[in-house]
Design a protein around this ligand. Structure first.
Ligand code: ADP
Ligand code: MG
Length: 250
């Protein structure tokens, strides 16, 4: 046995085949993965590579055909729906490309709901919601409804909802995928800020430029990890010119 600390997330030999119309699709074909506490990992790769399927397996939204998942050292692949629902409120926050807010709940209620469901006293849920929404620049929008907000604002609400119970791990599936460049920049900046405070993030993106915000970039292709590299802390040269969300001015 090694003395290495128990990773936040460990997966071994994950596979998942989708049986839809037509031939079965081998979306995830034997994935081993470790995410450590506080790490920011990007999973990048082309559309159809199986990134979303992998994230769904890791968040308990789909069941693997084979393989194992540990959350904080505890075997999780055998959890049922109800247990995964609890884990997603407490230990594994998730944000998606299309926000998935509850359309007939106010912004405030969307964010407080997971806290209340987790048994947090209403006053604390409210305080936490106020703190998060203020931090995310949504202080004046609490009484609004999701469809009154821009895409970028809705995604920030979704981020607040995912983080309201302080899950050690945030899973994010193309969280900027439906946003304009300003919304993308805002979401990426917020992810980086939460990461700087110790939030572990697994970010799925087909955009290699967004992946460069992470500590570590995994390349996914055809259901498998084909590359896994740590990025240097400091870029070798200032990131100017070309493209890249991170260098864009306000
Ligand atoms: P990515 O997120 O990298 O674009 P996905 O995990 O969404 O990849 O999809 C991987 C492959 O699995 C694709 O060929 C996709 O069409 C297929 N797929 C994904 N979900 C389903 C599903 N529910 N039923 C059938 N096929 C699916
Ligand atoms: Mg996807």
């Amino acid at each position: 046995m090694s003395d290495a600390p128990t990773p936040l997330l460990r997966a071994e030999g994950l596979t998942k085949t989708h049986h839809g119309e037509g031939a079965p699709v081998h979306a995830v074909r034997g994935v081993d993965l470790v995410v450590r506490r506080g790490e920011f990992v990007a999973v990048t790769g082309p559309s159809g590579a199986g990134k979303s399927t992998l994230l769904h397996l890791l968040g308990g939204l789909q069941r693997p055909d084979s393989g194992s998942i540990w959350l904080d050292g505890e075997r999780a692949d055998g959890y049922g729906e109800a247990r995964w629902a609890v884990e997603r409120r407490t230990r594994v926050g998730i944000v998606f490309q299309f926000f998935n807010l509850v359309s007939d709940l106010s912004v405030a209620d969307n964010v407080e709901l997971p806290a209340l469901l987790a048994g947090v006293p209403p006053r604390r849920a409210r305080a936490e919601r106020e703190r998060l929404l203020a931090e995310l620049g949504l202080g004046g929008k609490e009484r609004g409804m999701p469809d009154e907000l821009s895409g970028g604002e809705q995604q920030r609400v979704a981020l607040a909802r995912a983080l309201v119970n302080h899950p050690p791990l945030l899973l994010a599936d193309e969280p900027a995928g439906s946003l304009d460049s300003k919304g993308t920049r805002d979401v990426m900046r917020l992810l980086s800020r939460f990461h700087e405070r110790g939030q572990a993030i697994l970010l799925v993106t087909h955009d290699a430029r967004l992946a460069s915000a992470a500590d570590r970039v995994i390349t996914f292709f055809d259901g498998q990890i084909v590359d896994d590299v740590e990025l240097a802390d400091e870029p070798a040269a200032p990131r100017t010119g070309t493209s890249g969300v991170l260098e864009l001015r306000d």
